[in-house]
Ligand binder design. Structure first.
Ligand SMILES: [Zn+2]
Length: 76
């Protein structure tokens, strides 16, 4: 599948969360909640700011997969 943030080829991985989890060469391993999946049909993420957010989250919490949800989403 295409990365939900930057659109390069990414790999979807099994997820326990309510949404989609994927691994992208540019954005890394992250999740997108099902609510945001619905909303992004009409809107797009700010690609660069979202990548910065994801990389920063992984620095803060290396053991946790960062998730784009209603609180963390950065719309373009
Ligand atoms: Zn990506």
């Amino acid at each position: 599948m295409k990365c939900l943030n930057c659109s390069v080829d990414a790999r979807e991985v099994d997820s326990e969360m309510d949404g989609i989890e994927l691994v992208c060469p540019e954005c890394g391993h992250f999740g997108v909640s099902s609510l945001i999946m619905k909303q992004r049909a009409r809107r797009a993420f700010d690609v660069e700011k979202t990548q910065v957010f994801l990389h920063r989250e992984r620095e803060i919490n290396p053991d946790r997969v960062p998730v784009i949800n209603s609180e963390s989403v950065i719309w373009a």
